[in-house]
Design a protein around this ligand. Structure first.
Ligand code: 6PG
Length: 241
C-alpha cells in the first residue's frame, strides 16, 4: 500500500491525473485495451475535467474502456447519476465512443440492473476470476463507505456475485455496486480522498483494527495488485500530525 499526499485538492487532482495517464501509457505498451472503473461522488470531478482537458492528448483514450464502480438508482438524466457526471465532465468532452462506455443501467429494476451488469462484466473479462480492471478509482465517505458498500451492509452469499443492490440511508437511494469479488482483482486500486471531514476516518481505516463491517473501505484488499491512497493534506491531517 502506498500513500500519496498533496498540498491541495487541485494538486491532488493534478498528481493523480498524471499518475493515471502514465499508467495507461505503460500498460498499453503490452496490451491492446485498458479497463478503467470510475468512481462517482464529488471528489473526482476536478480529476475528470483535468483528464479531459490538460491530458486529452497525453494518452490514447480510444484504447480505454470505462466502467463504473457504483451507481445511484436514478435515471441517466438525473444530476445525481454517477454515469451522467462522468459523461458530462470526462467522457463526452474526450470524444469517448459509446462502445467504450459500460454504464450501469438504471432504466428497469435494481435486480435487472445487477443481472445486466454482472453479465457485462463476465463477458468483458471472459469470466476470468484472477484478473479484472487495469485501474479502479474509488472514493471514500466520511462514514468509511466506498463504492456503495455502507457500514453494517451485508455482502451477498453467492461467491460468484460481482455486483449487488444496496440501499443508502443517507440519500434514501437504491444503489448498484460492484463488489470486492471483482474490485480486489484489479491491477491497481486507487482511493482519492480529500477534505478535513474525512481525516479522522482515513486514519481509522488505515490504522485501526480490521473491521470492514464498520469501515467498508477496508474490504478493498488487492489479491495481487497494488493499493494506492491519494489524499490532500486536509484529509491526511490526522495521519501526518
Ligand atoms: C457515490 C460514490 C461514493 C463516493 C463516496 C465519496 O456514488 O457517492 O461512488 O462511493 O465515492 O461517497 O463521495 P464524495 O467524493 O462526494 O465525498
Amino acid at each position: 500500500m502506498s500513500l500519496h499526499i498533496y498540498q491541495s485538492s487541485a494538486s491532488l487532482a493534478e498528481g493523480l491525473a498524471s499518475w493515471i495517464v502514465g499508467n495507461i501509457n505503460l500498460v498499453l505498451r503490452t496490451q491492446g485495451r485498458y479497463s478503467f472503473a470510475l468512481s462517482g461522488g464529488s471528489t473526482p470531478k476536478l480529476l475528470y475535467q483535468l483528464m479531459a482537458s490538460e491530458y486529452a492528448q497525453a494518452a490514447d483514450w480510444s484504447k480505454v474502456d470505462f466502467f463504473f464502480g457504483d451507481e445511484r438508482f436514478v435515471s441517466m438524466d438525473d444530476e445525481r447519476n454517477n454515469g451522467k457526471m462522468a459523461l458530462d465532465l470526462f467522457l463526452h468532452p474526450l470524444g469517448i465512443k459509446d462502445e467504450q462506455i459500460f454504464a450501469i443501467p438504471t432504466n428497469s429494476s435494481p435486480q435487472n440492473s445487477v443481472s445486466a451488469y454482472q453479465k457485462t462484466l463476465e463477458e468483458y473479462f471472459h469470466s476470468d476470476d484472477t484478473h479484472s480492471f487495469d485501474f479502479v478509482l474509488l472514493g471514500m465517505g466520511a462514514d468509511a463507505h466506498t463504492l456503495s458498500l455502507f457500514p453494517g451492509g451485508v455482502l451477498p452469499d453467492d461467491k460468484a456475485a460481482l455486483v449487488a443492490h444496496t440501499f443508502n440511508k443517507a440519500d434514501q437511494l437504491d444503489r448498484i455496486t460492484l463488489l470486492p469479488s471483482i474490485i480486489n482483482y484489479a491491477k491497481t486500486i486507487a482511493f482519492m480522498v480529500q477534505g478535513k471531514e474525512k481525516s479522522d476516518t482515513l486514519k481509522r481505516v488505515l490504522h485501526d483494527t480490521h473491521d470492514p463491517d464498520k469501515y467498508p473501505a477496508q474490504l478493498i484488499l488487492p489479491a495481487s495488485g497494488q493499493l494506492m491512497w491519494f489524499a490532500d493534506e486536509a484529509a491526511a491531517g490526522a495521519i501526518i500530525l
